[in-house]
Design a protein around this ligand. Structure first.
Ligand SMILES: Cc1cc2nc3c(=O)[nH]c(=O)nc-3n(C[C@H](O)[C@H](O)[C@H](O)COP(=O)(O)OP(=O)(O)OC[C@H]3O[C@@H](n4cnc5c(N)ncnc54)[C@H](O)[C@@H]3O)c2cc1C
Length: 490
């Protein structure tokens, strides 16, 4: 076995150089997931390719040896890069070139290792008037991985998740061939159009979480920076009163962004740097305790954070229209005094400036973070919210809701956050996994609301599962990429 391992290591060294491949246990341990609730695992080899050609050869070696490959762009997704079956962890951070910033056609082309911090600095230096859609995540996360795989960025209320901002990609397929999609498929063309030549092949790779290939370049939309961005806080004691104003503000394109949070989010920020209340995770949380915590946060049950953008005149008009809508539906709405930090983070998000503050407060000193993400719509908010709160109460977790509105009021996410737990404590992680799966099960069975990151047995019930399996097998005949995924081997 040792000989076998040495032979593979040797082959990989011949591709990327000995300084860019390692099977040292200490190095491999550093690639273990440190925040999610999923069982921890380490890869057999860490490989750091520097070019598309090197990735092609690595994929051929992995196919020949039938060893798993896990692409890793920055590794700050929540459990996305766990090498559950060992194999090659493909760390793409050496490929960190900003290949093009096309100010006229409003897109940029980046490699996987380009971070939001890096691209923001470059855009700011060269063009002060354009921005990217940034997530509430770390400035060190990968622009390419976030936009192509998971991203929920600040343009969500208008355009949906960040993958809608991807215009074309270059991918190394699991078998080693290179393809490009959108207008980028035409040699020498600009990378400015997604829907050009035949079916939308870009879409197959978006949200595929590295199961279908290694994306080596992506063309990503830029947006104009607004001259003015103003955030308003509006509170309600019942989520049902928020539905109509939120929908109208979005459908009439008055609000540029609305995030819905509950009082629990304020609890989260409060406990970011201090001891987590000992009651959390220990069993049912009594109503009185939740009431006490809620009172301490000084927050109404629900807060809308509404951002208006434009130039001064436009924002003034939007503000008048927003106030009219809020008073039309009343619901005892109260305007809230938002903290300077919330105002600053919102302004920075409008300007495309990534901030470390959000991640710092969410992760806290113990580093554990995970979320149940439901893709929902507005009419069911009150019932769904109360049902989810009850599940969380029974298991001893406070409700930490952050709901992001999508595409002008057509949909929204409902995200229940788990944080400040010890991600190395297996028992605690198992408990949270159980609560997460109860939340998604309830949402899917009672409300028919789908969720992200489903296990294989649930994915199998989806009406596209067989097609996805066929596509997976066609692209990755030896099932080497993320073999433990719901589309991997049985
Ligand atoms: C506290 C916290 C808050 C967060 N908040 C947000 C938020 O508000 N919005 C949001 O969108 N995200 C958020 N995230 C998630 C995180 O920032 C994103 O998941 C991140 O953008 C993707 O992580 P990454 O860039 O490190 O990719 P990785 O972790 O490296 O990879 C993510 C997945 O994509 C696959 N992959 C990576 N690179 C490639 C590639 N080149 N080709 C093919 N597949 C690839 C991986 O195998 C993996 O499955 C948050 C994370 C944390 C820890």
């Amino acid at each position: 076995v040792v000989k076998e391992r040495d032979r593979i290591l040797n082959d990989l060294e011949n591709v990327v150089g000995s300084e860019n491949v390692s099977d040292d246990p200490v190095i491999r341990f550093a690639y273990r997931d440190f925040s999610s609730v999923w069982p921890k695992a380490v890869p057999d080899y860490v490989v750091r390719p520097g070019s598309v050609e090197e990735i092609q050869v690595i994929m051929r070696i992995a196919n020949r040896e039938k060893i798993p490959v896990i692409p890793f762009s920055a590794g700050v997704s929540i459990g996305g890069t766990i090498a559950k079956e060992g194999g090659i962890l493909l760390d793409l951070r050496r490929m960190n070139r900003i290949i093009e910033i096309n100010r006229e056609s409003m897109y940029c082309i980046v490699e996987p290792g380009v971070t939001y911090g890096q691209l923001y600095a470059e855009l700011d230096k060269k063009y002060g008037d354009v921005k990217l859609s940034i997530p509430d995540s770390s400035p060190m996360c990968s622009v390419l991985a976030n936009h192509t795989q998971v991203g929920l960025g600040e343009v969500h209320s208008k355009f949906e998740d960040n993958p809608t901002g991807v215009l074309g990609i270059e991918v190394v397929l699991p078998t080693g061939e290179v393809v490009a999609t959108g207008s980028a498929a035409w040699p020498g063309s600009k990378w400015n159009c997604r829907y050009v030549l035949g079916p939308d092949l870009t879409g197959i790779f978006l949200r595929s979480m590295g199961y279908f290939g290694v994306i080596t370049k992506a063309s990503i939309k830029l947006y104009p920076k607004p001259e003015v961005s103003q955030i308003y806080g509006v509170g309600y004691e019942d989520i049902k009163f928020a539905i109509k104003p939120v929908r109208e503000l979005l459908q009439k394109e008055i609000a540029d962004r609305i995030v819905v949070r509950n009082w629990g989010l304020n609890l989260l920020y409060k406990h970011a740097t201090v001891e987590v209340p000992p009651e959390i995770g220990k069993g049912p949380l009594p109503e009185e305790l939740l009431e006490k915590w809620k009172k301490e946060t000084g927050s109404p049950e629900i807060q809308l954070h509404i951002t208006l953008e434009g130039n001064k005149e436009v924002v003034d008009v939007k503000e008048r229209l927003m106030k009219k809508v809020i008073s039309k539906y009343n619901g005892n709405a109260q305007y809230l005094e938002l903290s300077e930090t919330v105002k600053r983070i919102s302004l920075e998000a409008s300007m495309g400036k990534p901030s470390a503050d959000v991640v710092r407060s969410i992760l806290g000193p113990r580093g554990g973070y995970d979320i149940a993400i439901l893709y929902t719509w507005y009419d069911i908010w009150p019932e769904l919210y109360n049902d989810c709160k009850e599940i969380l109460r029974i298991h001893g977790y406070p409700p930490l809701l952050s709901a992001k509105t999508l595409q002008h009021g057509r949909a929204s996410t409902f995200r229940f956050i788990f944080c400040h737990f010890d991600a190395d404590n297996e028992e605690e992680c198992r408990k949270i996994q159980k609560v997460k799966s109860e939340l998604t099960k309830l949402a899917m069975e009672k409300y028919k609301v789908p969720s992200m990151g489903l296990p294989r047995e649930v994915m199998q019930q989806c009406r596209n599962y067989e097609l996805l399996k066929k596509i997976k097998t066609a692209l990755d005949p030896n099932l080497i990429m993320h073999p433990s995924s719901p589309l991997g081997g049985e």
